[in-house]
Ligand binder design. Sequence first.
Ligand code: HGA
Length: 610
Amino acid sequence: MCGIVGATSERRISEILLEGLKRLEYRGYDSAGLAVLSENGQIESLRRTGKVQELKDAVGEHPLGGTTGIAHTRWATHGGVTEANAHPHISNDCIAVVHNGIIENHSKLREKLRELGYEFRSDTDTEVICHLVHHEKQQHADLFDAVQAAVKQLDGAYGTVVMDCQDPGRLVVARSGSPLVIGLGIGENFVASDQLALLPVTRKFMYLEEGDMADITRTGVKVYDKSGSRIERAIHESDGQYDAGGKGNYRHFMLKEIHEQPSAVRNALEGRLVDGKVSGNAFGEGSMDVLKDIEHVQIVACGTSYHAGMVARYWLEALAGVSCNVEIASEFRYRQSHVHPNSLLVTISQSGETADTLAALRLSKELGYKGSLTICNVSTSSMVRESDLAYMTRAGTEIGVASTKAFTTQLVGLMMLVLALGQSRGLSGDKQQHIVGALKALPAKLEEALLLSDEIEALAPEFADKFHSLFLGRGSQYPIAMEGALKLKEISYIHAEAYAAGELKHGPLALIDAEMPVIVVAPNDELLEKLKSNVEEVRARGGIMYVFADKDAHFQGDASMRVINVSHCDELIAPIVYTIPLQLLSYFVAIIKGTDVDQPRNLAKSVTVE
Ligand code: HGA
């Protein structure tokens, strides 16, 4: 999603802003822009559709000399992808604004501002902010007061940074529903939507809370909470471990991240399994006191994280004996749900900023849950800060928009939750040992699964001219089929659907022909024989299948069925292991199709708008 970078310094800042935008590119965007305040008090701005490199080239041709500035990568929500809609937006050549989020009452405000004589040059909701601040400046001499008066009139979500030509060396920022972090330097200060943008210039960060505003100058930062009172926010030192670095020898971040999964899972396990049990600290101090009374789990998530939650439902009910519901966050937050007694709300999110999931977490506080737990990859995120308990996935920064290592480490976290809840609910010692043993074996099993890479790459051309595909699985592999389908559509743009294989005969069987590949996930589990019958249903109708199967499942390949043998693994961890070949399949198909693997069209990482 959109990215924000702002800086005020004694040195020229256009390079810092552009580097910051480059580092936020992975989030997905469609246009980019920056505005700087030059020494003679003029705002100079450049905007381009397309990649940050095009903006960089433009700055190369028209160097910008300012020492205070703001920059943005836009992922359009209101108004098409045009230069005029790219941020920053500027009112009367003086008030420049970048904004992440959605202003819901923009039409009303636009009408009001038009009546006041403001001319609109874009179709964005954002443009109302700069005119509103400009208007408020006529009533409030100070920029901070004007921004405060303006944001009070906004409904919706915003992370916004405002620069004023009459107030050089100052940035005023406001956060409500869209994250902002302040970077502290020596004689210079910064702001961004993600600390990753600022790691080349500082390691000291201050995270704004909901409703906070901040007044940033070269020499200091003043933060005010939602009531307008001055407040000190803690300063965090980053050790840079979330600096993703480069792609190494890999062609894409996604491929690098697929291959990082054995080590990511090792990190996720380290120190958390002690004496055959899950350590209480895995979910934060005092977590066992909350978990011991839990009788029901409500999981809320979006996209890939939702699939992780769906796998966990199979595990939680079968192993820990805890009932579990899983729901998409954008549905959960807008319906009236029934809260079971002693329920735990579990949110799952790579970034911890996913707007719908975060809103669901906030809503849950009014609904009477016993507690909240987040399974998350970013320790400084809103979800980690606002949840009672947190399990950090420790996957390291994930840059590819299509999630890979975040998903498999989420599954590890969810299996640990099964253990933690099972421990207080009479899960037998033998079963605990079994789960712990399976988890410990997981990194090696993932390494074996990665060895299928060449075989999968060789069959990818068979998908190149296909328009549709169907993924099938049963039991805890059904969500893995869904995840495989999501990966394929995300990065290769081939339409992919997933079905629980037992549902075939209730409709999708009508789609089967030789033009639609059917991908089957077939570990050697108790549902294997049922799955084999479903495979025969497809074969009988002339379908072409690609079956990822355990050797001992004894599938015989033939003209209508390619069998890719996945090395044998414990049934408990099979959903995690079988994820790897499906990720590789989508990756190699995308390569053949020549799509933008790390930043697929129309998509964004860290979905901070609803
Ligand atoms: N609504 C604004 C900003 C969109 C955004 O935050 N995307 O992530 C626009 O459409 O320009």
